[in-house]
Design a protein around this ligand. Structure first.
Ligand code: KG4
Ligand code: ZN
Length: 349
């Protein structure tokens, strides 16, 4: 099945053509034929974060030509597609509406099924391109600029939230700490890079793993502890090494994640662990999880291709295939939603 997919939930416009199938043994056969991404980061960097109005306008400007480019890269026409998919939620509402309405028009004009996809589920599905031996059930940690959740994925379209952040997402916390240290938005990637040059024991930080029976996190407390420390140093005109801060922060984030994942794997009796979302590109988190799984011995770890961790339409196309297989096809009344809508046929419970 050929799917033309669109993603416009935040600050990346993306159009992709994917070829999806299910092998007889139930494993996905997922192939990317094209995956164009137009990043808006240079537009938002001057403001230190995403400006929703600017994001919507920038999506509207590029979505048509980007889609033409994606079809061209794949050597196909829209008439050769079997379905059109778009991220319908969650995200910035104005940004989402650009992709949803564009997809609606394409589907209507070409008499093709229209498939709405949840952005978070899409991030998880990015792993099907990299790992042909992955299929549910598994445990997934989705960590991005807007979301941080531990999900028990019991089937391709069945998602159960077992833990989540109660405040900031991990990527958001990375970006805010980076910003206080003067790094341009989004600073997560730069924090990753400079952490190698720092001492992770330089600063003692609180855990983001909430100390009760839940599998929830609070990254706001951890972030605030770092920012307060930096403000105190600056008030006293004491110099600090940003690499030490980045290394200490990465260490605290990684330890918090592993603490809750360890419990979540036992509680759900899962032996497959999947990482997803923009923060899944973080090399310290990736290697810490590899070491943890090696030490435990009973867990198979699946890490997405770093090129597919951030927002992209190929991941939306992959999840769209399973949405379509379960007959969740939208009509022209499809609307976007900033949050997970209550009528989602595959809710994240
Ligand atoms: O999934 P994504 O592209 O967008 C959302 O759905 O939010 O994630 C973007 C987030 C940003 O906060 C960015 O700083 C973070 O992912 N990020 C990283 C790294 N690469 C991207 N955070 C830490 N280390 C990285 N290497
Ligand atoms: Zn995302």
């Amino acid at each position: 099945m050929y799917i033309l997919a669109l993603e416009s939930s935040c600050d990346e416009t993306s159009a992709a053509v994917v070829k999806m199938d299910l092998a007889n043994n139930g494993y996905p056969k997922a192939e990317i034929l094209s995956n164009r991404i137009a990043s808006q980061i240079p537009l938002h960097t001057v403001y230190g974060g995403v400006v929703p109005e600017i994001a919507s306008r920038a999506h509207a400007e590029v979505i048509s030509s980007l889609t033409a480019d994606a079809l061209n890269d794949a050597g196909m026409t829209v008439g050769q597609m079997d379905a059109i998919a778009a991220t319908a939620y969650p995200g910035l509402i104005g940004a989402l509406l650009v992709g949803v309405n564009f997809a609606k028009g394409l589907a209507y004009a070409n008499h093709l099924p229209l498939i709405p996809v949840c952005h978070i589920h899409g991030h998880i599905a990015a792993n099907y391109f990299t790992h042909p031996t992955l299929k549910p059930p598994f445990l997934a940690l989705v960590a991005s600029g807007g979301h941080t959740s531990i999900l028990h994925v019991t089937d391709y379209n069945r998602f159960h939230t077992v833990g989540r952040t109660r405040d900031d997402a991990i990527g958001e916390a990375f970006d805010k700490v980076a910003r206080v240290m003067g790094m341009p938005y989004p600073g997560g990637k730069e924090m990753d890079r400079i952490a190698y040059e720092g001492d992770s024991s330089a600063l003692k930080l609180p855990s983001a793993a909430i100390a009760d029976d839940t599998l929830d996190f609070s990254f706001s407390g951890l972030k605030t502890a770092v920012i307060n420390h930096l403000n105190t140093l600056s008030q006293k005109s004491i110099a600090y090494n940003p690499a030490d801060i980045a290394a200490s922060f990465s260490e605290a984030v990684t330890a918090s994640i592993i603490k809750k994942l360890d419990i979540a794997l036992d509680r759900t009796s899962q032996t497959q662990l999947v990482l997803a979302g923009g923060v899944a590109a973080n090399s310290h988190i990736r290697s810490a999880l590899q070491n943890y799984c090696k030490k435990r011995g009973d867990i198979t770890l699946y890490l997405p291709d770093p090129a597919l961790c951030g927002d992209n339409a190929a991941m939306i196309g992959a999840q769209a295939f399973f949405t379509y297989r379960d007959d969740m096809i939208a009509d022209t009344s499809l609307n976007a939603s900033a949050v997970m809508p209550s009528e989602d046929p595959f809710p994240t419970l």
